[in-house]
Write a protein that binds this ligand. Structure first.
Ligand code: FAD
Ligand code: NAP
Length: 451
């Protein structure tokens, strides 16, 4: 039996690990001692919305990248827990694309089913993790942010890295941007779209943040939005206020110059250029280095770090995400069963090596979002298979719903959130929301539920 494990981060990934261990304990199994360190003062990770940007009250970098008025960008039926459905939580069926607060409430309901807060040391940031070869364990150093005190370091048998990868912004440089006479920012610091009312906005990037922030800003009154792309445009049929242009090359004053020779005057620039995997508290041999991809390298089953730590350093939730809550759910259970030596064991090093390399190679061949959806479905289903039907008797494959969602976006990016999907687990088709997404300015739980 394992002695002691450390979980870094109390977001959806870390809490999933805690929930499964707590369930095992509730069922009478002897579980290891667990300590979860969380630098924020409450649980939820990115879902724990903050108005702050820059640094927090202790001078730590702000983790939150979520903004006010954020609504789910995928159908909730694609992330629904099979063992705790939205109907279980809300006592009725609700529309398919809820705002942030409604999804967070649902998550809190699932976490509240187990007694897990007792494992979490809040306002405690992990500063250093070392693997000790001689003793085959880890030494973890943390700081209590409230007391402003570095604590005595502790030893752990396993470390689970669940600190997220959408918090450290990727901020490229563009010629002349240092003299741009207006707001220049990254999406990480975006909070309230009202700030851009009546403004001409330039968004750099062509992925989910650019797409969603363009719609948000239009909804709350921006005059115009240009999205500028590097590899390929998003290609949606945009309303007249939103357009796409090839990558901006330089700025002169307020004028942006694009690769196709065109130019435009803008009032603000927002980089929707994604995030960096960043694990500053891990020693070099333990540190994952990757772009935001569906299968980062060096991880058996997308979880077990291969380059150091003797298979006892586990990463949770490091994949780019179509599947979210359900993927974190099975990653958490796989980890708990592996640590408990409960039906999951590792093959030899050569087999693990070949396994993750095959996934990474396949990841590189994916041509479009449909193939990406298939890939992540296979990844999730592979973990479910390893866990076994006795512990996870659910089919999480929702690729058909993801295909419909992608199709709806292609048909009309303004109204795809007004569609309704049926729950895979209850069969209930969601009601249509009382207000269409582009008209729903109040995103509160109370208003959303008042239909
Ligand atoms: P996080 O939620 O990032 O949690 C990581 C936790 O680790 C945080 O609490 C952080 O404080 C803590 N931590 C970090 N470093 C340390 C340290 N050194 N010491 C101690 N604690 C530390 N998903 C959806 O399903 N639906 C959506 O609508 C959706 N919208 C999104 C919108 C935005 C703008 C972004 C960026 C992501 C969105 N996501 C969405 C995806 C999101 O990544 C997941 O839903 C989920 O939050 C990931 O959980 P996580 O636990 O892996 O990471
Ligand atoms: P992302 O998906 O990693 O995309 C990053 C984008 O930035 C890509 O278009 C990339 O272009 C571009 N880029 C990177 N470096 C660049 C450079 N130097 N110059 C020009 N362009 C550059 O990141 P994201 O869009 O921020 O999404 C992150 C996560 O947040 C996703 O999981 C998403 O689902 C989530 N999110 C959810 C919501 C919501 O639910 N409402 C809203 C926003 C975000 P290339 O293609 O050329 O690499």
């Amino acid at each position: 039996m394992v002695g002691k494990i450390c979980v870094i981060g109390a977001g959806p990934s870390g809490l999933s690990v805690l929930c499964w261990f707590a369930k095992m304990s509730r069922e009478g199994k002897q579980i290891p001692e667990i300590v979860c360190y969380e630098k924020q003062s409450d649980w939820g990770g990115l879902w724990n919305y903050t108005w702050r940007t820059g640094s927090d009250e202790h001078g730590e970098p702000i983790h939150g990248s979520m903004y006010r008025y954020l609504w789910s960008n995928g159908p909730k039926e694609c992330l629904e827990f099979p063992h705790y459905t939205f109907e279980d939580h809300y006592g009725k069926a609700i529309p398919s694309f809820p705002p942030r607060e409604v999804l967070f409430d649902y998550l809190k309901g699932r976490w509240g089913k187990e007694d897990i807060k007792k494992y979490v040391k809040f306002s405690t940031v992990v500063r250093d993790v070392v693997y000790n070869k001689a003793t085959d364990n880890f030494t973890v150093s943390v700081k209590d942010l409230v007391k402003d005190e570095v604590q005595d370091s502790q030893d752990f048998d396993y470390v689970i890295v669940a600190s997220g990868h959408y918090s450290v912004p990727n901020v490229p440089h563009f010629e002349g941007i240092e003299k741009f006479p207006g707001r220049v920012m990254h999406a990480h610091d975006f909070r309230d779209a009202n700030e851009f009312k009546g403004k001409r906005l330039l968004l750099i990037g062509a992925s989910y943040s650019a797409e969603d922030i363009a719609l948000q800003c239009l909804k709350y009154g921006a005059e115009s939005i240009i999205c500028t792309w590097r590899s390929k445009p998003m290609g949606f049929t945009w309303p007249k206020e939103i357009s796409e242009r090839p990558l901006v090359q330089k700025f002169e004053g307020k004028t942006a110059f694009f690769k196709d020779g065109s130019q435009a005057e803008v009032d603000a620039v927002m980089m929707c250029t994604g995030y960096l995997h960043s694990y500053p508290y891990l020693r070099e041999s333990l540190r994952l280095k990757s772009k935001n991809v569906l299968y980062p390298p060096g991880l058996y089953k997308g979880i077990v770090w291969q380059e150091g730590g003797n298979n006892k350093l586990l990463y949770a939730g490091v994949q780019d995400q179509y599947y979210t809550y359900t993927m974190f759910d099975v990653v958490g259970l796989w980890i708990a069963k592996y640590i408990m030596n409960d039906g999951i064991s590792l093959p030899d090093a050569a087999t693990m090596d070949a396994d993750w390399k095959a996934w990474v190679a396949r990841n590189k061949t994916l041509k479009d979002c449909m193939e990406e959806i298939d890939f992540q479905t296979d990844f999730v289903q592979d973990l479910v298979k390893e866990i076994g039907p006795a512990d996870y008797p659910y089919d999480l494959d929702v690729k058909e719903m993801f295909y419909s969602w992608e199709h709806d976006k292609d048909v009309d990016v303004l109204s795809y959130r007004d569609k309704s999907f049926a729950s895979k687990f209850t069969g209930t088709k969601s009601p249509i929301h009382h207000t269409t997404f582009m008209k729903a300015l109040d995103d509160s739980l109370q208003t959303f539920m008042g239909n």
